[in-house]
Design a protein around this ligand. Structure first.
Ligand code: SF4
Ligand code: FES
Length: 248
């Protein structure tokens, strides 16, 4: 395949960026989207040009590092896949592909297609954990009975990989789907009850401090999420938040 790429190039967070055109050939359908960018970068390096910076790590859909806006959709046109798991067979010979970074005030561009998502880390640090008593008297988690529906829903919420596609898809750049998944995975389990009140209050406070917008129930986040995180988690986050505030 031969493709025309329009890629966002930006030297650093302070510089003004711009779209740059690249023609690329020798792309095969079995290549992943990131492998296609590797081919482009090899060609750029061979010509003495600066390669395009993009984020990646596992390339297996697990780590949440890859983060491209492809033809206006976070992680591109396929459903339930990350950019690293998107294959070039989804595109056709001669296509023009527009590649941009995830755009949100709380995700500033570091360089080219790489953004700083440490705001997500700070939301996690604000409450996305359970404190465990390690005195030797800790009850074995496997001996605590948990209703099957709750166990399943907690498991599905825990599938969130923190990629940020939900933020990039949202017209308000809201982090509600991400935060709701992190709150839900504990709210549904007995181990999460002890710190439930402070957890939801602190995580929502941090989410607001980072500059993410609010949720207006559009649902774009759920459609673009590569892990199928459901909007039901946002409803649960709201219930948890209101009941925590009533407790004080
Ligand atoms: S909710 Fe989905 S889109 Fe948002 S960070 Fe988690 S996995 Fe990514
Ligand atoms: S590189 Fe890890 S999820 Fe894509």
């Amino acid at each position: 395949m031969k493709l025309n790429l329009k890629i966002w190039r930006q030297q650093d967070a302070k510089s003004k960026g711009k779209m740059t055109d690249y023609a690329i050939s020798g792309v095969e359908g079995d290549m992943s989207f990131l492998e296609m960018l590797d081919v482009l970068n090899e060609q750029l390096i061979n010509k003495g040009d600066e390669p395009v910076v993009f984020d990646h790590d596992c390339r297996e859909g697990i780590c949440g590092s890859c983060s491209l806006m492809i033809n206006g959709e976070p992680h591109g046109p396929d459903r339930m896949v990350t950019t690293c798991q998107l294959h070039m067979r989804k595109f056709s010979d001669g296509d023009t592909i527009v590649i941009e970074p995830f755009r949100a005030k709380a995700f500033p561009v570091i360089k080219d297609l790489m953004v700083d998502r440490s705001s997500f880390d700070r939301i996690q640090q604000a409450g996305g954990y359970v404190s465990v008593n390690t005195s030797g008297n800790t009850q074995d988690a496997n001996s605590i009975p948990i209703e099957k529906d709750n166990a399943d829903d907690a498991f599905y919420a825990a599938a969130c990989i923190g990629c940020g596609a939900c933020v990039a898809a949202c017209k308000n750049a809201s982090a509600m789907l991400f935060t709701s998944a992190k709150v839900s995975q504990y709210a549904l389990l007995p181990q999460g009850q002890v710190e439930a009140t402070e957890r939801v209050q602190n995580m929502v406070r941090q989410m607001d401090l980072e500059g993410f917008g609010n949720c207006t129930n559009t649902g774009a986040c759920e459609i673009e999420c590569p892990k199928g995180i459901s909007l039901e988690n946002i409803a649960r986050l709201n219930r948890e938040y209101y009941s925590a505030n009533l407790k004080g």
